[in-house]
Design a protein around this ligand. Structure first.
Ligand SMILES: C[C@](O)(CO)[C@H](O)COP(=O)(O)OP(=O)(O)OC[C@H]1O[C@@H](n2ccc(N)nc2=O)[C@H](O)[C@@H]1O
Ligand SMILES: Nc1ncnc2c1ncn2[C@@H]1O[C@H](COP(=O)(O)OP(=O)(O)OP(=O)(O)O)[C@@H](O)[C@H]1O
Length: 308
């Protein structure tokens, strides 16, 4: 007599990213921009659950500040694309039910889609015991998007190439951030195109994060605040001028520094402590910003969740 095997389930959690430094060089021949960036994973998460199933399906649950309709269902979803890719490469048969629980703002400059792709890759590997190495997973991740390798790695890391070449960095801090998402997202390619329009003479080589690296190693918030840098902030603010007032307001409420997260429009504020972050939240909510989130970093990259 052979035992009938029931469905198997694996859940993986992946974090949002912010860019503490985002140096952007002139567009390469392939259209991508060379980057020298410092990523940090912060405590805002998406969870991806895969269950072996005869018929593939995708279901989505979102935090109350996320419009479920902003996230594509079916083949347009990057978690689905990640599974197509890893299935093709491993040659493993089977289909899965995908459940995405989303708290990372959509089209917010926080790599929410990349987190889901990274989580789906890792979940597939563990669900099917595919035996992919970390390097295999990083290479597949790079095919899915420039930010996806970092979503696997997490922590604080330098990103070069088009952002896909990642290496961990020494970070002695535990940093407190306030994040203010916008109700309407910004398209990443559109922000890069606007960078090209604003800076037709951009240097080929992106700016390096020299001072930021020593600030991270010091663990001192004020030092880090002085070295935060984002070359996509000018195009993002030009496309969304109201973000400038938000940054000023957050700094007026006591944040050490505010800036646009990646390609925006989410704005992030470095605070000196958790109490400092609560004060900034209260000030921004008082100024009419309904959704104001607190997160700390660095946190881990994509990882399995224990199941009961
Ligand atoms: C803005 C950042 O989030 C900063 O970390 C990333 O550079 C964006 O990474 P991503 O969303 O994973 O981007 P991808 O999916 O690889 O590319 C989307 C589009 O963004 C633009 N893009 C992206 C990365 C890069 N280094 N140069 C670019 O010009 C390209 O138009 C590309 O077609
Ligand atoms: N699983 C997913 N979650 C969110 N968006 C997705 C997903 N799959 C596909 N998308 C599409 O990708 C677009 C970009 O979404 P995402 O949330 O990754 O943007 P982002 O955080 O600005 O990206 P990045 O910071 O990496 O540039 C969305 O507008 C949506 O149409």
């Amino acid at each position: 007599m052979s035992a009938v095997e029931g469905p198997r389930t694996v859940s993986v959690r992946a974090a949002a990213k912010i860019n503490l430094h985002l140096g952007v060089g002139a567009a390469r021949d392939d259209g991508f921009h060379p980057l020298d960036t410092v990523y940090q994973a912060i405590s805002l998460y998406d969870d991806v659950t895969l269950t072996t199933a005869g018929v593939p399906s995708l279901s989505l649950q979102t935090a109350d500040y996320i419009e479920v309709g902003d996230v594509p269902f079916g083949p347009g979803n990057i978690a689905y694309q990640a599974l197509e890719l890893v299935r093709a490469r491993t040659g493993l048969p089977g289909t899965e039910r995908i459940e995405v629980l989303k708290s990372i703002p959509v089209a917010g400059g926080m790599a929410g889609g990349s987190a889901d792709a990274a989580a789906a890759l890792l979940a597939f590997d563990r669900l099917h015991a595919a035996g992919l190495t970390d390097d295999d997973l990083l290479a597949l991740a790079a095919e899915l998007g420039s930010d996806v390798p970092f979503s696997l790695l997490g922590g604080t890391a330098r990103g070069r190439g088009r952002g896909e070449l990642v290496e961990p960095l020494d970070d002695r801090g535990s940093w407190w951030w306030v994040a203010v998402p916008s109700t309407t997202g910004l398209s990443t390619p559109e922000v890069y195109r606007h960078f090209d329009r604003l800076f037709p003479d951009a240097l080929a080589e992106p700016a390096e994060p020299a001072d930021l690296l020593s600030a991270l190693a010091s663990g001192e918030p004020l030092r880090l605040a002085r070295t935060l840098h984002n070359d996509l902030q000018a195009p993002a603010l030009d496309l969304r001028p109201e973000l400038g007032a938000l940054i000023d307001r957050g700094e007026g409420e006591g944040a050490l520094r505010g800036l646009v997260s990646g390609s925006g429009p989410t704005c992030i504020f470095l605070c000196d402590s958790l109490d400092g972050a609560h004060a900034v939240v209260a000030g921004l909510q008082g100024a009419g910003h309904d959704v104001v989130l607190i997160a700390n970093g660095p946190v881990a990259g994509a990882h399995l969740l224990a199941r009961p």
